[in-house]
Design a protein around this ligand. Structure first.
Ligand SMILES: C[S@@+](CC[C@H](N)C(=O)[O-])C[C@H]1O[C@@H](n2cnc3c(N)ncnc32)[C@H](O)[C@@H]1O
Length: 276
């Protein structure tokens, strides 16, 4: 089965919200946390913001509702199309375009006060030169002194050998079985009670022999009138450590690099901020 990242998100576009208990409520929560963080880290007024991995729009819509002038891009056309539709359903004003964040300069000429790339999207930089290239392109879309913000899964904690490796994101405990002794086998099932019945979301992870990346099998099991339907999507992520991100940010010309953790930021993943 193909592990193509773009095909994964094309296929997930209609179901991405199923990972959350209540996606629409999640948008309000994330908007407040990100807005506070952006204001704490910015060098002055912030108006324009590019979300270069907008997916179906969780952060882009949230920040448009907080008053930012948002341009949202993603390389999955179905995800971008859903983001456009969902923004309208929230009454959020934002523009949406299809673009690969490794080639932003080929599509966008404008510069922004803030560029964001959330929800572990940087971990899809699988080839060795993908991460430096993507960060260079994101840096190129910022005005001088503009703020970069990205969130990634806490792989440093997840892959720690001290027995704490079960926790993925706060509230999302991992399965402890190991594949090829590199890391957790997946995420614990999240169980939600929808109007149509039970919904269960979980992932199974298969680690590459070198332990640097893993295939993610995303499963949704949904109950409709007593029947259970399963959907399955597969892709690959790189287990990016914070030191690797720091190094690539510096190489791309960023400065003032800071990590912000959930207990302080109120955001569910570690967030890195840096200045162009
Ligand atoms: C975990 S999802 C997060 C989506 C988004 N934050 C949301 O709330 O829907 C990661 C997103 O990154 C996008 N992505 C991955 N690699 C990309 C690339 N090279 N260029 C642009 N988007 C990319 C995917 O298409 C996907 O929508």
């Amino acid at each position: 089965m193909s592990e193509s990242v773009r095909a994964f998100y094309d296929g997930l576009a209609g179901e991405y919200h199923l990972m959350f208990a209540d996606w629409r409520r999640e948008i309000a929560r994330q908007g407040e946390a990100l807005d506070a963080l952006i204001h704490r880290q910015s060098d002055g007024a912030v108006a324009s913001l590019l979300d270069c991995a907008c997916g179906i729009g969780t952060q882009a819509i949230a920040l448009a509702l907080q008053g930012y002038r948002v341009h949202a891009t993603d390389f999955s056309a179905p995800a971008a199309e859903r983001a456009r539709r969902e923004a309208q359903s929230f009454g959020a004003v934002m523009t949406v375009e299809v673009a690969d964040f490794r080639h932003l300069g080929e599509v966008l000429t404008q510069r922004f006060d803030v560029v964001i790339c959330c929800d572990n999207a940087l971990s899809h930089c699988l080839a060795d030169d993908d991460l430096p290239r993507a960060l260079g392109q994101m840096q190129g879309r910022l005005r001088s002194g503009g703020l970069f913000l990205a969130s990634i899964r806490d792989y440093d904690r997840l892959l720690a050998r001290d027995g704490s490796a079960g926790a993925l994101d706060p509230g999302l405990p991992g399965l402890h079985g190991k594949s090829q002794d590199h890391g957790p086998r997946g995420t614990m099932p999240q169980v939600f009670d929808d109007a149509t019945g039970r919904r269960i979301a979980f992932q199974v992870w298969d680690w590459a022999p070198d332990g640097r990346s893993y295939a993610v099998h995303q499963y949704f099991v949904q109950e409709f009138e007593g029947e259970h339907r399963t959907s399955h999507h597969v892709s690959r992520f790189r287990a990016l450590r914070r030191a690797e991100v720091d190094e690539a940010l510096k190489a791309a010309g960023f400065r003032d690099i800071h990590w912000h953790f959930p207990a302080d930021s109120g955001f569910y993943q570690p967030v890195v901020t840096a200045r162009a």
